[in-house]
Design a protein. Structure first.
Ligand code: F6P
Length: 324
């Protein structure tokens, strides 16, 4: 392998730049050429390539977003689209690529590898932490800190007005952000897709909390939760069943994806980038770099996209006890 391409794909996440930097610098260190692809698979199809050297990634380790831009690309889902992408890579003498993204991006890499025998390597970049084969995805830690900081601020105003707040957080169809941020920010209840305890329990818990002398409360709601009600409907439901509460809603939205990466995400990105390049140079392919028990590990992409990291049941228990 003489030339490796790197790109970011799908929803951006803090730490992607640190991972790009690590891939580029590892290539420079090991004297392998490196090429950046702009706008993910879309840029691959269009040949939007720029050669990279160690200096191309100066001053980006601390930056949120991705300097290479990101996209969700429908054309790459078609055989013709993938053929165009392959032709572009061959024309640019690229021998392998590292994709930094989530499960959709990995699915694309997996099919591409099967169709063309092209060596691919994945680095899990998503705030959702929903990829099997790694305890942490890049950006999850930063997003958690962002969410906790936001909820701390909401708590100030909630407590000043004796209000109940429903705070919706991202996570697509998993509840890792909600559960961890809920515990970290001291939420009264956390509603996650993995565990639907029903609306009755929510009312009971809110009643209990009011009785015990709490004047304000925060309920963290994962965007994918399964109560069948969105945060605005939850507000109406609680207001009509428990008129003792003055309720407000806050949807944190895309601010959760932005911001300077935490030290944890920067270190993780640096470690993952080194391993991704080294593994390709060992002649291995179709793997995702992850971290488990603080060890950098490899998982076949086919397995990584099959499932999610399981929700931490111990943390659910801790969350329950903390609401006493
Ligand atoms: O996968 C990351 C994520 O931020 C999810 O948490 C969220 O559901 C989704 O992307 C939002 O996607 P978009 O940026 O396309 O609105």
């Amino acid at each position: 392998i003489k030339k490796i391409a790197v790109f970011t794909s799908g929803g951006d996440s803090p730490g992607m730049n640190a991972a790009i930097r690590s891939v580029v610098r590892t290539c420079a260190y090991l004297k392998v050429e490196c090429l950046a692809i702009y706008r993910g698979y879309q840029g691959m199809i269009e040949g939007d390539f720029v050669p990279m050297d160690a200096r191309s990634v100066n001053n980006i380790i601390n930056k949120g977003g991705t300097i290479l831009k990101s996209a969700r690309c429908d054309e790459f889902r078609t055989k013709e689209g993938r053929q165009k992408a392959y032709d572009q890579l061959v024309a640019a003498d690229v021998d392998a690529f590292v994709v930094i993204g989530g499960d959709g991006s990995f699915r694309g890499a997996q099919i591409f590898n099967e169709e063309f025998g092209f060596p691919v390597m994945g680095i899990p970049g998503t705030i959702d932490n929903d990829i099997f084969g790694t305890r942490f995805t890049l950006g999850f830690d930063t997003a958690l800190n962002t969410v906790v900081e936001a909820i701390d601020k909401i708590r100030d105003t909630a407590s000043s007005h004796n209000r109940l707040f429903f705070v919706e957080v991202m996570g697509r169809d998993v509840g890792h952000i909600a559960l961890n941020a809920g515990v970290g920010a001291g939420a009264e209840e956390v509603l996650i897709p993995e565990l639907d305890l029903g609306l009755e329990r929510l009312l009971e818990s809110l009643k209990r909390s009011k009785k015990s002398g709490k004047s304000s409360s925060i309920v963290v709601v994962a965007e994918g939760d399964k109560t069948g009600k969105n945060v605005f409907e939850l507000k109406e439901y609680v207001e009509s069943h428990l008129p003792i509460y003055d309720v407000r809603v806050s949807v944190l939205g895309h601010m959760q994806r932005g911001g300077s990466p935490s030290c944890f995400d920067r270190v993780l990105a640096s470690r993952m980038g080194v391993k991704a390049v080294e593994t390709l140079l060992e002649g291995k392919s179709n793997l995702m770099v992850g971290i488990i028990d603080n060890e950098i590990v490899l998982t076949p992409i086919s397995e990584a996209i099959k499932g999610h990291t399981k929700i931490d049941h111990e943390l659910i228990r801790v969350s329950d006890i903390m609401t006493t």
